[in-house]
Design a protein around this ligand. Structure first.
Ligand code: AMP
Length: 283
């Protein structure tokens, strides 16, 4: 397994790497969710292709310096997990300067799907995501890249970016990997207090109830009841909870579309996101 820290080394290696090259972009603090993406990448790359993982806590997608500073970083464990999972290549920039010059002034903005949900409450977040993913695509020239459905809005925006900017990269979706109790795996879970970790599975339970309610209630009622359920979780504060068209990410009021319910919840100050698809209702 090669571990590269500079752009020049990465370009050299990617130029001659065995193809297909499948990229899994991450911010590190790897868990079983990331590893599932890596295994999917291996399936697509085959034995003779290259599985590459980028590990970079991208400062420009954070809109709070406290959040950026407290984001978990676990270099040694990440490296070990990648090795055990058969990763061929890790790119872990040796410094932020590797990717951002001090006078960096070009960014990639998606202007429709980014406006709601996390985009509305974290201004500049998706501009940071699109910019760093563009850079990674320009550095690795991957044939495919794997993204998790846990970050549903991010996945939709990356697909849109690839379509609209004609990146020759296949975007592969991987379903959300959960703890046994239903909590969506996330690097941020490590920051939950013991008490918050105990009640955190309530988020997915509320989503499951919302999905069941969607068979008999209007979208408005489903969201209203979902918020009631989420507010019953001790010390939870709802950042957003909404029913959306799965393609346009616009709020829906009826079930004629393929829909998704997405939530962001602060639990003792830690922000967790999750979502669930709603099967189209036969009326
Ligand atoms: P992150 O390191 O949190 O930026 O995540 C890197 C990639 O892993 C993104 O494509 C995420 O959607 C994906 N990911 C994170 N958590 C999970 C999970 N529990 N299940 C599936 N994919 C995940």
């Amino acid at each position: 397994m090669k571990i590269l820290g500079t752009i020049s080394a990465l370009r050299r290696v990617c130029h001659s790497a065995a193809r297909p090259l499948v990229l899994v972009p991450t911010m590190g603090a790897l868990h079983a969710g990331h590893l599932a993406l890596i295994h999917k990448a291996r399936k697509i790359a085959g034995r003779s292709g290259t599985v590459a993982v980028s590990i970079f806590v991208n400062p420009i997608q954070f809109n709070s310096s406290i959040d950026l500073a407290s984001y978990p970083r676990c270099e040694g464990a990440d490296q070990r997990l990648c090795k055990e999972s058969g990763v061929d290549l890790i790119f872990r920039p040796s410094s932020v300067k590797q990717l951002y010059c001090s006078d960096h002034s070009v960014f990639v903005d998606e202007e429709a799907l980014s406006s709601g949900l996390c985009g509305a409450v974290r201004p500049g977040h998706f501009r940071g995501v699109c910019t760093v993913v563009t850079k990674l695509f320009n550095l690795f020239y991957p044939n495919a890249a794997v993204f998790g459905a846990k970050d549903y809005q991010q996945l939709a925006i990356i697909r849109r970016m690839v379509r609209d900017l004609n990146f020759p990269v296949r975007i592969i979706e991987h379903p959300t990997i959960r703890e046994k109790d239903g909590l969506a795996m996330s690097s941020r879970n490590a920051r939950l207090s013991i008490a918050a970790r105990v009640v955190a599975p309530g988020i997915y339970k509320a989503l499951l109830r919302a999905r069941a309610n969607a068979q008999k209630q209007s979208a408005r009622e489903v969201v209203r009841n979902l918020k009631v359920d989420l507010n019953l979780i001790p010390n939870a504060r709802i950042d957003y909870a909404d029913c959306l068209d799965a393609a346009s990410l616009r709020t829906i009021t009826d079930w004629t579309h393929s829909a998704i319910i997405a939530v962001a919840i602060f639990l003792d100050g830690v922000r967790l996101i999750d979502n669930i698809r709603i099967p189209t209702r036969k009326t």
